[in-house]
Design a protein. Structure first.
Length: 98
């Protein structure tokens, strides 16, 4: 099973990732450790819970489709907006007001 998931951290920020190898119980993505540490204080670490939600799954999708869906969901959830999430790609572009 291939999946795209969303991790929610105690500070409310998110990370959207994919799993092509069906390690859903063991794998929690690869957000920037430096960014996570910068947003985490000692008090938060005293009771640290993260939530992992499966946003999309497929038994038959090609890896390229999973990557496409991951990118789509990163943008849709604004996980690449540094105020909201930890995804670095695709590069966040703030909406133009006008």
């Amino acid at each position: 099973m291939k999946v795209v998931y969303k991790i929610t951290y105690p500070n409310g920020k998110i990370y959207v990732g994919m799993d092509l190898t069906d390690t859903r119980l063991r794998y929690f993505g690869s957000p920037s450790v430096e960014l996570l540490e910068a947003d985490t204080d000692r008090e938060m670490l005293r009771d640290f819970t993260i939530r992992k939600e499966i946003l999309w799954e497929s038994e038959t999708a090609e890896d390229s489709e999973v990557r496409r869906v991951e990118t789509q969901l990163i943008v849709e959830h604004r996980a690449n907006d540094p105020r909201i999430g930890y995804n670095k790609r695709p590069k966040y572009r703030a909406p133009v007001e006008g």
